[in-house]
Design a binder for this molecule. Structure first.
Ligand SMILES: Nc1nc2c(ncn2[C@@H]2O[C@H](COP(=O)(O)OP(=O)(O)OP(=O)(O)O)[C@@H](O)[C@H]2O)c(=O)[nH]1
Length: 266
């Protein structure tokens, strides 16, 4: 209520209360108007109060709806984080499984299964592009002595060291796999026998220069290798590798620390 309204009301109340105007012809009408005004004012105040209550309720509802929504959103974000983490874990787990199934756990080199896959691909490539490739089988010389003298653990260290050297020496499109025990299979892509022999001779020299510290002593090794070039139409494992194996035997028999080849024909 404004100051003017309050002053007017107070003036009306004074007029109504004044006995001098008790018989005034407008007094009754003024009194009725005054009471009507008070009732209307009270009604208006009630309406305002109800309206305020509604507004308060609406705001509270809005707030609680927003809080509820935020809570659900936070929960969903949390769930999606958990799900993302779980999926990432599964992906890593599957990758690790796939890797374990195709790689040797000691050296980290590809294993036989991986060789099989590569040989299939290489066979297709060789047929399509007439691209030659050579297989080499490399075997550490007198490895049993290393195990016997220094123990299996040192033998393992030697295998790991050799694997690392071979991976460093070969081209990235070649394959160097652990074939079993102290034997490694090398697939030299797009490589003819003579070129492969040069690569293997260099590799054997590199291996012979490796020093492995065992306590106070320094250990060194040599290796022998047999090579054979794949011939069109033949099975790489049944034929090419068999010839490479025979060449390896020849390398061992003729004094070790060397590589031998089987001629491309014959
Ligand atoms: N430390 C270790 N030794 C292995 C592993 N796999 C095979 N060997 C050993 O490798 C040795 C292979 O010995 P042999 O087949 O007699 O051949 P070698 O002593 O290398 O002799 P040559 O091949 O004739 O020069 C055996 O003593 C096996 O126990 C392995 O994963 N770790």
């Amino acid at each position: 209520m404004t100051r003017e309204d309050a002053a007017l009301l107070s003036r009306v109340e004074s007029l109504l209360a004044d006995p001098a105007h008790a018989r005034h012809p407008l007094r009754q009408a003024l009194e009725a108007l005054y009471h009507h005004h008070l009732e209307e004012k009270a009604r208006l105040e009630r309406l305002v109060s109800i309206s305020d209550g509604y507004q308060r309720l609406a705001v509270e509802n809005q707030q609680s709806a927003r809080q509820g929504y935020d809570k659900i959103r936070r929960r969903q974000e949390k769930l999606s984080r958990i799900s993302d983490g779980y999926q990432q874990l599964m992906r890593e787990h599957n990758l690790a499984l796939a890797r374990d199934s195709t790689h040797d756990s000691l050296t980290g080199l590809p294993n036989r299964r991986m060789v099989d896959e590569h040989l299939k691909q290489e066979a297709q490539r060789a047929t399509r592009h007439a691209a030659p490739y050579t297989l080499a089988i490399l075997d550490i010389d007198h490895f049993k002595r290393i195990n016997d003298r220094h123990g299996h653990e040192i033998g393992d260290r030697v295998l790991v060291a050799i694997a690392r050297v071979m991976q460093g020496e070969l081209r990235e499109y070649d394959l160097c796999a652990r074939w079993g025990g102290e034997e490694f299979l090398l697939l030299l892509a797009e490589t003819r026998l003579e070129e492969a022999r040069t690569i293997l001779t260099r590799l054997l020299r590199r291996l012979a220069a490796v020093s492995i510290e065992v306590g106070d002593a320094t250990l060194s090794i040599t290796a022998s290798a047999g090579l054979s070039e794949h011939r069109a139409g033949e099975d790489p494992l049944d034929d090419t590798l068999q010839r490479a194996d025979r060449a390896l035997l020849q390398a061992k028999r003729s004094g070790r620390n060397r590589c031998c080849i089987t001629p491309t024909r014959g």
